[in-house]
Design a protein around this ligand. Structure first.
Ligand SMILES: [Zn+2]
Length: 107
């Protein structure tokens, strides 16, 4: 397809609204890869807010790996290696005992 200014704007709006490349691909009638490629061209590489490279990680930062060799970097909870959000995502404990164990774990 031809990416007009209007199409780019729609794409950006969709991304801002949290739509996935797959969903946007369906909306525009192109492949997921086409959306990803176009998103990269209009937005540039995305660095998640707060993300830090490995060299800058301390024991107080969340060690959850993101893309491009960056890590979450938010404050780790309870002396563990992950922020509350990523501790949940990594371990998905159904009871808090497991969560406590998981977040108390250090490398
Ligand atoms: Zn995190």
């Amino acid at each position: 397809m031809i990416w007009t200014d209007e199409a780019d704007q729609l794409l950006l709006d969709g991304l801002k609204a949290g739509r996935t490349y797959t969903e946007l691909g369906l909306q525009f009638g192109v492949t997921r890869n086409a959306i990803a490629g176009r998103a990269f061209r209009v937005r540039g590489p995305q660095t998640p807010r707060g993300a830090i490279p490995f060299m800058k990680l301390t024991t107080r930062n969340c060690h959850y790996p993101l893309e491009n060799h960056l890590f979450c970097g938010l404050a780790a909870q309870g002396g563990g290696s992950y922020c509350p959000e990523h501790a949940r995502r990594c371990f998905r404990p159904s009871n808090s005992k497991v969560l406590k164990l998981a977040t108390a774990y250090r490398y």
